[in-house]
Design a protein around this ligand. Sequence first.
Ligand SMILES: NC(=O)c1ccc[n+]([C@@H]2O[C@H](COP(=O)([O-])OP(=O)(O)OC[C@H]3O[C@@H](n4cnc5c(N)ncnc54)[C@H](O)[C@@H]3O)[C@@H](O)[C@H]2O)c1
Ligand SMILES: [Zn+2]
Ligand SMILES: [Zn+2]
Length: 346
Amino acid sequence: MNAQRTMTAAVLVEPGKFEVKQVAIPRIGPNDVLVKVSQIGICGTDIHMFHGRYAADALPLIPGHEFCGTIDAVGSDVTHLSVGTTVVADINIGCGNCYWCRRNEVLNCAEVSQIGIGRDGAFAEYVAVPARLVIPAPAEVAPEVLALTEPVGCVVRAAKKAGIGVGDSVVVLGAGPIGNLHVQMMRLVGAAPIIVFDLSTSRCEAALAAGADVIVTDPAKLKDAVLAATDGVGADFVIESVGNARLYSTAFDLIRKGGHVSFFGITGPQDTVDLPILGTVLHENGLKGSVAAMGEDMYQALKLLTHQRFDVKAFTGAVFPLAEIQEAFESLPKRSNDLKTQLRVS
Ligand SMILES: NC(=O)c1ccc[n+]([C@@H]2O[C@H](COP(=O)([O-])OP(=O)(O)OC[C@H]3O[C@@H](n4cnc5c(N)ncnc54)[C@H](O)[C@@H]3O)[C@@H](O)[C@H]2O)c1
Ligand SMILES: [Zn+2]
Ligand SMILES: [Zn+2]
């Protein structure tokens, strides 16, 4: 199918260099669908790949995983999806049968690969997706909103994995794009108070607009601010959303006795954190990892976005045509007020 047809795609040929060119439209197998991409977000992972800090050995590659679009073709064995349906997709392709796949911990599957990271993704007119990972979406929700499903899914999973709920005090370390989504998610689960720490004043102001109760930009004032906001006991939960090993240590210093740290920010592979074992045992402290958005997380994120539970204004203002992807990436450092940059494909 489509063997002779070509499409426009942004191929990351080497770190720092996209080539927008004609490539073959991906072939789909009997259990796949071909999605015609509408809109797609640029994620921190894409930025790391662009700078050669992540998955450099996978190049040349078409990155891109925060996409929405419409079904253009279905494989011969796909009976539950039809051409024309608006969709988003879970990007985590596991074997579907192993212990971890059954538990929706697909990134632990020995065969896992991720669309746009380990295989060609959606900075292109078309992307191939296994049908079982395709999620139909309401056509009336704007593409710039649907393209936020994957990042929102990540904060949905983190909230669930950590078990954060009504009246829990939460510190979010880092008010980048994802930190700001954590803040909105914390409002949705009823967390209070929500304390946000970021070295950047403008990022903290964005967090305030997103629903933070307390913002801190001075590291020297962080602990006192957390104690002041939590009746002197410390936070029930701290979410590390920077990816800084030292901040992981800080996180353990900010939780109350019996508090939990959400391991979310991505550090280097060799980074470690020192934990006092006895104190952790005696206080019943905990840590909870969370990675990506898999299965149900994506459906839940889509529902929240469909019903406007997230204020997306700060995430939908910077949109470039696919042809200008190089400029979109290169100008990112100058546009730190844009919490998200998206590409319009069709
Ligand atoms: N676990 C997951 O599922 C998952 C999903 C998406 C992103 N992430 C990770 O979450 C983290 C946040 O993502 P993002 O896209 O918002 O990242 P980002 O780099 O765009 O933003 C990070 C923020 O941290 C702030 N910051 C940097 N150093 C700091 C410090 N020492 N103290 C306080 N603030 C500091 C920056 O000012 C910035 O606002 C990254 O590590 C990313 O890789 C994890
Ligand atoms: Zn992403
Ligand atoms: Zn598996």
